[in-house]
Ligand binder design. Structure first.
Ligand code: G3D
Ligand code: MG
Length: 178
């Protein structure tokens, strides 16, 4: 039987890696280039149908919190992390710094919620010609932290649904095992 599960998801990563673009693309299906820098945070709600390992279909509702990445919002972010069931950790493949600081984002999240939650690592902006972080590096980081790795472009739409489908699948599995 089909049923709805609701999960709160937080979106983490440095400013300008494409967090808002990814959430907008997923929840509304379009890409805009005139995003205002996210002030504080905002959320979108979107349902996704997933097929479980046993072949059954489940509708999962995601409440996706797009948290501002700029350091001036750092003091507010722990508040938005509370109650999150899962998250996506985003970097920009054309800026190495955004990859180097991933560990700091994980630390900030852990401190705020005192537990590990399922995360998906997202290598965004794969459409750009000046890529500097190789797929192998992202994959390695994801493997070491036990997360799925997804490459995406909010501009072309590549990988966007996969990000949330991967996460929804993990959340459903995780929940059923507890
Ligand atoms: P943030 O929410 O993480 O801070 P934004 O990031 O979603 O606001 O995106 C920051 C900039 O990167 C925006 O450019 C946006 O259009 C661009 N961007 C986001 N995702 C992609 C992508 O996949 N490919 C490309 N080429 N650009 C992307 P502007 O110029 O509008 O500031
Ligand atoms: Mg934003």
């Amino acid at each position: 039987m089909a049923y709805d599960l609701l999960f709160k998801i937080v979106v983490l990563g440095e400013g300008a890696v494409g967090k808002t673009a990814i959430v907008t693309r997923f929840s509304h299906g379009f890409f805009r280039t005139d995003y205002k820098t996210t002030i504080g945070s905002q959320f979108a709600v979107k349902s996704i149908d997933i097929t479980e390992d046993d072949g059954s279909r489940t509708t999962v509702k995601l409440q996706i919190w797009d948290v501002a990445g700029q350091s001036r919002f750092q003091i507010l972010r722990p508040m938005y992390y509370r109650g999150a069931s899962g998250g996506i950790l985003v970097y920009d493949v054309s800026r190495r710094r955004t990859f180097i600081v991933l560990e700091e984002w994980l630390e900030e999240l852990r401190k705020a919620i005192n537990k590990d939650i399922p995360l998906v690592l997202v290598a965004n902006k794969t459409d750009l010609p000046d890529r500097v972080v190789d797929p192998a590096e992202g994959y390695e980081f994801a493997k070491n932290h036990n997360m799925p790795y997804v490459e995406s472009s909010a501009k072309t739409g590549e990988g966007i649904v996969d990000i949330f489908a991967e996460l929804a699948k993990t959340l459903v599995k995780y929940r059923q095992n507890t």
